[in-house]
Structures are given as C-alpha cells and as structure tokens.
Ligand binder design. Structure first.
Ligand code: DWN
Length: 404
C-alpha cells in the first residue's frame, strides 16, 4: 500500500477526529501521465480534530511518490517571483535590526523547488542554501543555488555545520506529515535569535472562496492560526507575528523564534475572528459537500453547453488544483480541447484522470479558442495579461463558475 491512514491528530495527537468531507477517489494531481499510462487513485476525505481544530486529510500518500520527481516549477509565475522578492526585502530589514552573527544574512529554504525564492533573496545579499527532494528541480547552472537533494528532517538538519538567521518554508508545511520532526530540525539550525518564516494557504480563505480544488493529496493539513500557535508553542518556538497575503488564493505568513520575541496583538485578533466565525465548530463544515457538488455540476453543465454549441474551450495552467477540479467535476476531454502550461516538464503529458493534453503557449495562437478556462485562477491577472491578444472569453471556475 502506498499510503497510511491517519489515526490521530498531526498536532495534538488526539484520536478525536471527525470526517466532514468526502470527495471520492482521485489520482495524484502532479503525477502527469503519458497516453498509455495507468494510474492509481486514492481517497480524499477531510477530518477535523475536535481538540486543536486542525483539518487534515484522512490518509498520507507516500511522499516519495509525489515529490521525488515534481512537475511544478514555482518560477513560472512572475507574480510569485515578485512575492518572493518582497519577502526577501522584509527579512533583510528584520536582519538589519537584529544582533548579527554573520557578516551577511543567511537563509535555508525548505522545499526550494527550482530556487525561485532563493534567487530573489540573493538579490538582497543573502547567503542561500536550498533543500529540495525532487531530483528534476535543480536550478539551472547559470543561476547556481547550492541545493541539497533531500527531504527536510531533523536528521538532515544535524548534518549542517552553520546555524542560520532565517529558515523559510513557503507552501510546504501543509504537505508535511511529521511536523514535529520538521520543527525539531528547524529549531536545531536557527541561531539564538533566528526566525523561521512559514507561508501556508489560510483555511478561512479556502472556505470563504470555495477553493475546494486546493484539497488534494499533497495538502495534508488545512491551517487555522490557533492550531499553528499550539504546535509552535509545544516546540518552544512561539509564533510572534502573522501577516496575510493574497498569494495562492490567500495565505498567512507566520514568524516564530525560540528567542521569545514579543507576541503581536494582531494574533489574538485573528484567533478571535476564527472563533467568532465558527471555525472551531464542526457544524461550520458539513455544508461544504453540497456546495462543492453544486459548483462541480455548474462547471460541467457550462462546458457541456459550450461543447454542444461547437465552441472551442482550452484551459490555462495545468495546476494541481486545476487537475483536481477537472476530476471532481468529471470534465472529459470532449469538453476541454487542451491545457496550455508554460512549464516545460508538464508539456507533452496528459492530465491524470481526465486525459487532457498539456501543450505549450503557441497552441493558443494556433487553436484560437473561443473560451479560456483559467485553471490557475489564483494568477488570473497574470494569465489574462498574457492572453488578451487571443480575443477569447474567460471562464473563471472558482469561487463560482463565471464567464468574463
Ligand atoms: O502548494 C502548492 C502550490 C503552491 O503550488 C503545491 N501543492 C503545488 C502547486 O499548486 P498548483 O499547481 O495548483 O499551483 P499554481 O501555482 O497555481 O500553478 C499554476 C500553473 O500554471 C503552473 O503549472 C504554471 C502555470 N502557469 C503558466 O503556465 N503561466 C502559471 C502562470 C502564472 C503563467 O503565467
């Protein structure tokens, strides 16, 4: 078996887990396929811990299956690169105000992907090291970033010889099963005043924005601030600052350190908001199932109508969330001609479960679609800017399918 069942909460270890969502069995979103490949499917069910309120998937698929080779390259999005550049600026300013242990600030980026964040940080004068398990994601030699090809763990951390000012982890913490081991490694390697900076999609944004397509096997945890506060306190690296960012549909960036910096009041305001909006109560979640079913039906129906009218619809962005959405909404290759994605590693493959070809950008010009379905709706502005000249109408599937 390539997965294990979750028997207790990843944070507080309680066995009091209640299932509130079942999206059926789907393939792994980033494991793209060739025409003749067969593929495995795995359940997607979400559980709520009644003690610390962490929402989590009911299974953990073997990470080696998902991340030893990884189709997703973060550098394809200019929006994300700009976000990383600004993050580097913020951390550099924090470093300037801190006691210095090294002549320049140094950072380890966990799950550094193709070096996207570290390339931006280097522009601000950081000494950089990446840790990335996917062997196909080594940054190009021309932009060399020292990168260790491995999963982050406490045992890996023990092999480093120099402690660091910052450890960054953007869009990876929700993917990790053993978050205790992860944080033990972080704590081991931070300087006494070092700061770990973690960005995760913020669960209230998922709920408010009906972003159910971001629920898939890679995302094991769906974070509210309160369970994160509990976890980091347990590890004695309390969170002292939280910031909200619009990236990837709405994320929070948390700052934590063993130095016990003063905890900012805004954290308590966010927790009050979570509480008053009912996020610590299972009743908040039971309606999701029907809402998701309605959204999927609407999308399916709209694409069926366009198909019957003889319209050509192409997708833009073979994102993991897009591939999940196509599976949840059972969109067949009849309805979607192909999906353009500018990631070379994705082109020439097919979407798992729905068998839609993934092609390069020139296909927009060749095929002249009537409609473009924005499967990476989180980058709507960027995708529209690049395709305005095609003259197609846009379909945005999330939060509710609409034509622009
Ligand atoms: O947490 C995760 C997030 C952050 O990234 C992962 N589990 C996997 C991945 O999720 P995703 O694939 O849903 O992420 P994106 O960034 O929404 O994917 C966008 C896709 O669209 C990529 O395949 C790149 C492509 N793209 C493109 O071809 N041209 C994107 C942009 C902005 C473009 O201009």
């Amino acid at each position: 078996m390539n997965y294990k069942k979750v028997t207790h909460c990843r944070i507080c270890k309680s066995k009091n887990l209640t299932k509130y969502l079942d999206l059926g069995n789907v393939p792994l979103a980033n494991n793209l396929i060739g025409v003749a490949d067969t593929l495995d499917i795995y359940p997607i069910q979400v559980l709520l811990c009644s003690i610390c309120h962490l929402s989590q998937l009911s299974i953990v698929v073997d990470p080696k299956l998902m991340y030893s080779k990884y189709a997703y390259h973060s550098s394809v999005s200019q929006t994300f690169k700009d976000h990383c550049f600004k993050m580097g600026e913020t951390l550099k300013a924090m470093w300037i105000r801190k006691e210095k242990f090294h002549p320049i600030p140094n950072v380890i980026d966990i799950a550094s992907n193709d070096g996207c964040l570290l390339k931006e940080f280097r522009k601000h004068g950081f000494g950089v090291t990446g840790v990335e398990p996917a062997s196909n994601l080594q940054p190009e030699l021309s932009e060399y970033i020292p990168t260790i090809n491995d999963f982050w763990s406490d045992s890996l951390a023990s092999r480093f010889t120099v402690a660091v000012d910052f450890i960054t982890a953007t869009n990876v913490f929700a993917h990790v099963d053993d978050i205790d081991d992860f944080l033990n490694g972080v704590k081991r390697l931070l300087l006494p005043n070092g700061i770990v900076v973690i960005e995760v999609p913020y669960f209230p944004n998922l709920i408010a924005g009906n972003q159910f397509d971001t629920i898939y096997h890679e995302h094991l945890s769906y974070f509210l601030l309160k369970p994160l506060m509990i976890l980091f306190k347990l590890h004695d690296i309390p969170i002292f600052r939280v910031e909200k960012y619009p990236i990837h549909g709405g994320s929070i960036r948390i700052y934590a350190s063993s130095k016990q910096y003063e905890v900012e009041n805004s954290l308590y305001d966010i927790i009050d908001d979570e509480d008053s909006n009912g996020f610590y109560n299972i009743n908040k979640y039971f309606y999701l199932s029907t809402k998701i079913e309605n959204s999927c039906n609407k999308l399916n129906l709209m694409l069926e109508e366009l198909h019957l009218e003889g319209k050509k619809v192409m997708g833009y962005g073979a994102s993991a969330k897009g591939i999940s959405l196509l599976n949840y909404a059972k969109i067949s290759a009849n309805y979607l001609h192909s999906i353009v994605d500018e990631t070379p590693d994705k082109q020439g493959n097919f979407t798992p479960g729905t068998n839609i070809p993934i092609v390069d950008f020139s296909h927009f010009e060749k095929e002249k679609p009537d409609f473009i379905l924005l499967l990476a709706w989180n980058f709507e502005a960027e995708l529209r800017r690049k395709t305005e000249h095609i003259g197609a109408k846009y379909i945005v599937p999330i939060p509710e399918v609409k034509i622009l």
